[in-house]
Design a protein around this ligand. Structure first.
Ligand code: PMP
Length: 351
């Protein structure tokens, strides 16, 4: 039997069978030095312009981890990269939740993949509600017993933000659970990040992505940041080579000084267009939810008319079936020309 008292928090929460697992020895994990590599059934012929594309990549490309560490100011030892934040959600559920027994907690309305991912592994979902104005409830004791507590900040699809102080309180209230703060949109409100709390809270996990502000949704690259005890458990379940070589090359480039200044300029541009869109919607009588992200949620008296009007104009926005969102439409911010068109179409529908 495993002696529970000698285990760290991540080990206590992990699926017990993982603790004795010998992880797959991928081609790059096997230590070794030499000039002739015949250990992984790779081809010796590189048929592309990309150096070493005939070889398996590193499981965790050091230059990518270093670049994200520099950008996020989180030590490299606390970062794992993978195929988007979506893969990180799935890895957390696979690593920590026993199918048929454990549950995750979510505060809805929120991003759909937490519960979908849980359900695909027969893991329960304790769906709690955000308050009327989309804040965390004062009493979070309803999440007790859940291995993972997902908090999305800024929250998708409401765009609303939670204060760092409130998240820190939750971290203190739930010391024996992992609090997963999904910061997919944090570049649009960086002052709300809890990355600087990682060193103080072994129960904090942060998710990040290059899909949003960094404009690389097609590359599929995201990050999980946590205490090294959590990272060690995640490394037991992660795929041998989650980040393709061309993806890490693109990602490193996006995280260079030039890439980061492009990102920051895009963020400002999108926020300005989002402000224009929000003002226009308010002027047209919609109820616009204040947003810290690159999208906004707007409630309409007659949402069907707006939905149909947008559809007819060839504008694809997102509607929801959640009872709290049936009267709302989520609009992603976009460039000036498209924002002009969207505002013109909305004026046409609502005036
Ligand atoms: N978290 C949130 C809150 C999101 O909105 C999204 C993307 N829709 C993701 C995670 C997934 O991002 P990725 O593209 O990195 O998988």
């Amino acid at each position: 039997a495993i002696e529970m008292s000698t285990l760290n928090l991540a080990e206590r929460l992990a699926r017990p069978e993982l603790l004795n697992l010998e992880p797959y020895q991928s081609a790059r994990r096997i230590g070794g030095r030499g000039d002739i590599w015949i250990n992984a059934n790779e081809s010796p012929f590189n048929r592309t312009e990309l150096a070493r594309l005939n070889r398996y990549p590193e499981c965790q490309p050091p230059e990518l981890i270093e670049a994200y560490s520099k950008y996020s100011k989180v030590p490299a030892a606390n970062i794992v990269c993978g195929r988007g934040a979506d893969e990180a959600i799935e890895l957390l559920i696979r690593a920590f939740c026993v199918p048929g027994r454990d549950s995750i907690a979510i505060f809805g309305p929120t991003y759909g993949m937490y519960s979908i991912s849980a359900k695909t592994f027969n893991v329960g979902v304790n769906a709690l509600s955000l308050t009327e104005d989309y804040a965390l409830p004062a009493d979070v004791s309803g999440v007790k017993g859940c291995k993972l507590v997902f908090i999305c900040n800024p929250n998708n699809p409401t765009g609303t933000v939670l204060s760092v102080e409130r998240i820190e309180q939750v971290l203190q209230q739930l010391p024996e659970q992992l609090v997963v703060v999904d910061e997919a949109y944090i570049e649009f409100c960086p002052e709300y990040s809890v990355a600087n709390l990682l060193a103080s809270y072994p129960n904090l996990v942060i998710l990040r992505t290059l899909s949003k502000a960094f404009a690389l949704a097609g590359a599929r690259c995201g990050f999980l940041m946590a205490n090294t005890d959590v990272i060690n458990i995640i490394m037991l379940v992660i795929a041998p080579y989650p980040v393709p070589l061309p993806v890490s090359t693109l990602a490193v480039n996006a995280l260079s000084d030039a890439g980061i200044s492009n990102m920051l300029a895009d963020v400002e541009l999108l926020k300005a267009q989002g402000k224009r869109l929000g003002d226009a919607l308010t002027e047209l009588g919609a109820n616009v939810v204040p947003s810290g992200a690159n999208f906004l949620l707007a409630y309409f008296d007659d949402v069907a008319t707006v939905s149909n009007g947008l559809k007819e104009a060839g504008i694809v926005a997102r509607a929801y079936r959640d009872p709290r969102l049936v009267d709302a439409i989520r609009f992603s911010f976009t460039n000036e020309a498209e924002t002009n068109q969207i505002i013109a179409v909305l004026r046409n529908i609502l005036n």
